[in-house]
Design a protein around this ligand. Structure first.
Ligand code: SF4
Ligand code: SF4
Length: 372
């Protein structure tokens, strides 16, 4: 895998002693039974790959990972996160997941939870799904206000079926002005239901979510939200976030000289998205296509995409991210940066993350105002 050997040497010096996580976020369908206000999809109905074609592509992906391990003397722990739209509306879901598990992938499912049946819950448990992530946007009235009437009860019913059947089930909340005040209450609800933990992500103002631009949190509100959430982390209930800005709060500082991506935003680094028609994107929330599996192999796209290479190189980041000592472990959320700059008429994937509270080298707030 391009760049990984250098990263390995930087982190662990010597033979491969570290296992690298790499995930494919695989959108099986764009169809969904809900209409969430913050959804990043555009409500198009592209073609869907058959389960037979998907299984072939899963085999191709595993061959790619095996080749990376061999060629670069590294260990990989590859996973596929199946999602949609709503993945449970895809008819061949269990056929595809069974194949992925048999091929050696760890598998997660990202779902709204509302369509999960007893049979689905048993299958998830039997197949050893590493995590079923069910969206939970707040207490019932807030959740239903965002995801539609009755959706809270339906999500909780699905989550309970999965938990009772023995799966590890986590909740995920998309943070915005619509629900930020309910963080503590929502974590309490999730604990009570039996979720193993709760993840947090940020509203990205694209797709339907573009209409919620004014509901984005300011930089100081986001920092405060993560601080409040992480204060409730415990051995019995994990509070986590894949948001690079949440990682900034951990205080880990790489060498300012490093020009290697070591962690942070996974786009171009440790993850890739495949959409229902086989299109490949750095991240679904970025939404820019860099190829299609029906024409080009995933390995070829990963190694030759100019956009992915720009994401990996500090020089492309013109603003404060490019100068920031945390660039190797952060780079901000490129999806938020792109959607926000686009909403202001100057689309730029390498723009500054508008919700970052850091200046280049210290921790003072950039702004306290709603206008960022
Ligand atoms: S300036 Fe960019 S790289 Fe630095 S902390 Fe903020 S978002 Fe992360
Ligand atoms: S662009 Fe944002 S949502 Fe996408 S991988 Fe990076 S941090 Fe995550």
């Amino acid at each position: 895998m391009l760049q990984l050997k250098e990263v390995k040497n930087k982190l662990v010096a010597g033979p491969a002693t570290k296992t690298f996580d790499f995930f494919i976020q695989w959108h099986l369908t764009e169809r969904c039974n809900l209409r969430c206000r913050h959804c990043y999809q555009e409500r198009r109905k592209p073609v869907e790959m058959s389960s037979g074609d998907l299984k072939q592509e899963i085999d191709g992906a595993m061959e790619m990972f095996a080749a990376w391990e061999k060629e670069h003397d590294i260990f990989l722990s590859p996973s596929i996160h199946f999602t949609g739209g709503e993945p449970f509306v895809y008819q061949g879901l269990w056929d595809v997941i069974t194949h992925a598990r048999q091929s050696g992938f760890n598998v997660a499912i990202l779902t709204n939870g509302s369509l999960v049946t007893d049979e689905d819950a048993v299958r998830a448990s039997q197949l050893g799904i590493m995590d079923v992530q069910v969206s939970l946007e707040g207490p019932p009235e807030i959740h239903d206000g965002i995801r539609g009437p009755g959706s809270f009860d339906a999500a909780v019913k699905g989550a309970r079926l999965l938990i009772e059947a023995g799966s590890k089930v986590s909740a995920n909340m998309t943070l915005s002005c619509l629900n930020v005040e309910s963080i503590e209450e929502t974590i309490g609800i999730a604990r009570g239901i039996g979720f193993s933990g709760m993840g947090f992500s940020r509203l990205v103002p694209c797709g339907s979510g573009g209409r919620l631009l004014s509901s984005m949190l300011t930089s100081s509100e986001i920092r405060n939200a993560y601080q409040r959430a992480f204060a409730l982390n415990s051995p019995s209930f994990t509070v986590a976030s894949g948001d690079p800005l949440a990682g900034v709060l951990s205080g880990v500082k790489p060498s300012p000289q490093s020009h290697l991506t070591l962690s942070g935003c996974s786009a171009g680094f440790s993850g890739i998205t495949i959409t229902s028609d086989g299109s490949v994107m750095p991240c679904r929330r970025i939404g820019l296509k860099i190829g299609n599996l029906r024409k080009t192999s995933l390995r070829q796209i990963w190694s030759s995409s100019k956009l992915l290479w720009r994401l990996r190189q500090r020089e492309g980041y013109q603003g404060k991210c490019g100068k920031c000592s945390l660039w190797p472990s952060c780079r901000g959320c490129r999806a938020v940066a792109y959607a926000y700059s686009k909403s202001h008429g100057i689309p730029d994937l390498f723009a500054d993350d508008p919700q970052c509270w850091m200046t280049c080298h210290d921790k003072s707030d950039l702004t306290e105002s709603r206008s960022f």
